[in-house]
Design a protein. Sequence first.
Length: 558
Amino acid sequence: MSSLASTARIYREVLGNRSLRRTLVAFFAFNAQEYAIWIAITLYAYGRGGAATAGLVAVAQLVPAALIAPLASTMGDRLRRDRALSIGYTIQAATAALTALALWFAPPIVAYAAAVLSACSITLTRPVHNAILPELSETPEQLTASNSVSSTAEGLGIFAGPVLNSILISIEGPGLVCVVFGALMAGAAILTARLDLHEVPSEMPEEHAETETETAPEGLTAAAAAGLRELRRDTPAGVLTLFGGAQFFVLGVLDIFYAVLAIDVLGVGEQGAGLLAASVGVGGLVGATATALLIGRSRLASPIQIAVGVMGGATAAVALVAAFGPVIALLALAGAARSFFDVAARTLLQRSVRDEVLARVFGLQEAMLMVGLAAGSAVAPLLIAMFGDRGAFVAAGVMLPLIGLAVFPALRALDRRAVLPDPERFQLLRSIDMFAFMPQPALERVTGALVPLRFPAGEVIIREGEAGDRFYVLTHGGAVVEARGHEVAHLETGDYFGEIALLRDVPRTATVRAATDVELLALERHDFLGAVGGSRRSGRSADSEIDRRLGEIERLGD
């Protein structure tokens, strides 16, 4: 997938997918309103108490949001993810309208309280969006491209939101910003109300359904804790999640610095703060375009480290320039690096974490992002007090690369484990009905578990009456199926067998003998049941085919 033509084809496939297209348009609107409303509130607070008040208001918004994020993300694993997305956008539309009313007609303390609700509602989107992309993508390359286009949508949103913020504030103040972007969120809710999804597997295969039913009533907190347990079990994935929070620490510092830079250092006024923030979005667009280089790439740790170094270096370099233009350029470079980091890190997590807890893991990441933003917003005034308006940029910029050096071994470990599956094997499984409904990362893991086998002509592959231990897919040659002493069927490349004994927990119902030298891919019992038994639609598809085959065998006895 390294050629330009292949990459362009993957992007066309992504944008030609109606559900992906709607999801990405809604995500653009989400990012635009997130940044526009955030800047509007920051400027509102800065105008009433300077950097200290702006920092306190930012923390007041982000701390509750960080606590809400893991709980809110359970919606993405409990409901259809398109429904969860639509609900989140609806709530954001409502809280934006409430914030507008408070900004216009209520005292500042009420406006800040409304802003807290708005910030909490933001946490409903990113975890579900990140978890739904694997369900809408058909191949590993499409998933990376979807993340890349998401990053483009985010960059467009980060650019468009602050620019529109500057225009709307000059017309009617921050209240109008909330009204306009609340309406956009209502549109996003309509766009994502019904999408074409692969089915999300249940927590466990059907053979364990009773146990799952017993644990389900533990409630929202217990469900959210599943994401935490996953990251405790998978230390490298947990480290990557925390690292994402660290990069948002720098962004939190920048959120406060925009106002300081625009008003106190560069003397370009409140509108300049929006333009400084927009430059990060412009850079994000450039970085999103560059993420095309990640499509088909099996190793992502090094790109993550490079992006972190560039982001930190560009942030620190702001201290060395005094003109508005170079500052814009450096912030754009930081935005480009952030976009590259985001796509690589998100793709690595999607490849590594089990789908049934994926939204909750991204919910914890969302909490870390909020904590990072809150910490950055809280520390920004201290950095300014300690190092001055410019020295604070150096202090903020060097932090992220230093943390990156510390976590690099964990990223390498995760990278080695999250290897892309063989494309031909992946497509072969995707062509089998019972696997066609599985989300792409889940199918990747099943593909990686396949074991290649060879049998010479005439050798028995499975024997009637024996216990079943594997599922088989024929990749080369031909085989004959015999049951009750009769020849039942001929198998060719792409045909499969062995699922009846595994799913019905019975002895083998037929003998399969190699008619020629054959090559097969085998899936062990545990891996097969975990994949097919964990999805109702996959299970129904398998049951239908089993009933058909057993019917043919029964007719032999009549």
